[in-house]
Write a protein that binds this ligand. Structure first.
Ligand code: NAD
Length: 339
């Protein structure tokens, strides 16, 4: 009997609905050529929920997620005023302990990138650091934010990164600012070194985060798996996305021990809402990562191959890739290539 996976899809805000719907079409095309079933249920989340629910993550949506196998999350707008609900992504990462944020950075055929042959993965600690949400005003004009780094969270993300490196080219680079943040990044560095003992085959080196931003431009092809703390990973993976081609191609996974959420690296790009202009591939590749995580590796590969085929052909290109095509056109092209 074929397996059925329940997926909660959160369309989100801005360009979220269009890239999420595009991804559902592609997932359904892959499902049609495979022997599993997808039960896709939609949940409400994002800034548009706040007037009606008083929150960007209604309790009903959390209940849907608890009963599902995985979550496909569209990008969402995060209000920036003090006291506003925190980012849905940050809440879900903490609520479901999705401690490893995995962002592959790979060049694609026929897509202009800073250098050819880039293929590395940024693994970002996803539950603490400067995303602790612990901020306060000490006095008018004087604020503090707590950068919480623990040994346990650092160790589990380091172990995740070492396991990934073992499946790839066995090279791990850890990124920190230990020369300045001696206590917090000292804890992070010690945890990586502790994890390293179990993986003697993995070649390990490290970089200060400022040097890493430069190295990603200078010789990005050198790296395999990178592991770092939350904010550094967020910044570096956006940079890496642009170095490899476009933010419109960059997918991310938020993985815990028993649940995972998949999303594009980019945000809700509100100025493009409803224009059918942006590139849905980042979210489509997040959908492929979801199938891979669920164990449907052949179906994930069908999607990746279809994306590569469309990019290689180069006939249908969205604006970020130097073309004029609509998001719906590139989606249709990808669907047509799923075999
Ligand atoms: P953004 O990623 O939404 O957009 C920045 C720019 O990147 C866009 O103006 C556009 O030029 C380009 N871009 C983004 N997605 C693209 C795509 N699919 N195709 C082509 N080009 C694309 O970043 P921002 O403007 O800093 O943030 C907008 C909102 O998104 C904010 O409210 C922010 O908090 C939120 N955000 C959410 C997430 C998330 O849900 N995980 C992540 C990042 C930002």
């Amino acid at each position: 009997m074929s397996k059925t996976y329940t997926i909660v899809a959160l369309k989100g805000d801005g360009i979220g609905p269009e890239v999420t719907e595009a991804t559902v079409k592609v997932l359904q095309a892959a499902e049609a050529k495979s022997d599993f079933k997808l039960n896709i249920v939609y949940g409400e989340a994002g800034a548009h929920c706040i007037p009606q629910y008083g929150t960007n993550l209604p309790a009903e949506t959390v209940e849907l997620i608890k009963k599902s196998d995985a979550c496909l999350k569209g990008p969402m707008t995060t209000p920036e005023e003090a006291g506003a609900p925190v980012s849905v992504a940050v809440t879900l990462r903490r609520m479901f302990n999705l401690y490893a944020n995995v962002r592959p950075c790979k060049t694609f055929p026929n897509v202009e990138s800073l250098k050819p042959n880039i293929d590395f993965i940024v693994v970002r600690e996803n539950t603490e650091g400067l995303y602790s949400g612990a901020e306060s005003l000490l006095a008018p004009g004087v604020g503090i934010a707590l950068r919480i780094i623990t040994h346990d969270a650092s160790l589990r993300v380091a172990e995740f990164a070492f396991k990934l490196a073992m499946q790839r080219r066995k090279h791990l680079t850890y990124i920190h600012k230990g020369n300045i943040l001696r206590i917090t990044d000292g804890i992070f560095k010690d945890a990586v070194k502790e994890a390293q003992k179990k993986y003697p085959e993995v070649e390990v080196d490290d970089l200060h985060v400022d040097a890493a931003t430069m190295q990603f431009i200078k010789q990005p092809e050198k790296y395999d798996v990178l592991v770092t703390t939350n904010l550094f990973g967020d910044i570096l993976s956006d940079e890496a996305a642009q170095v490899t081609g476009s933010l419109g191609l960059a997918a991310g996974a938020n993985i815990g021990d028993s649940y995972a959420m998949f999303e594009p690296v980019h945000g809700s790009a509100p100025k493009y809402t409803g224009m059918d202009r942006v590139n849905p591939i980042a979210t489509i590749l997040a959908g492929a990562m979801m199938l891979d995580w669920l164990g449907e590796k052949a179906a994930a590969k069908k999607i990746e191959d279809a994306v590569v085929a469309v990019l290689t052909e180069g006939k249908v290109r969205t604006h970020d890739l130097g073309g004029q095509a609509k998001g719906s056109e590139i989606t249709a092209a990808i669907v047509s290539k799923i075999q």
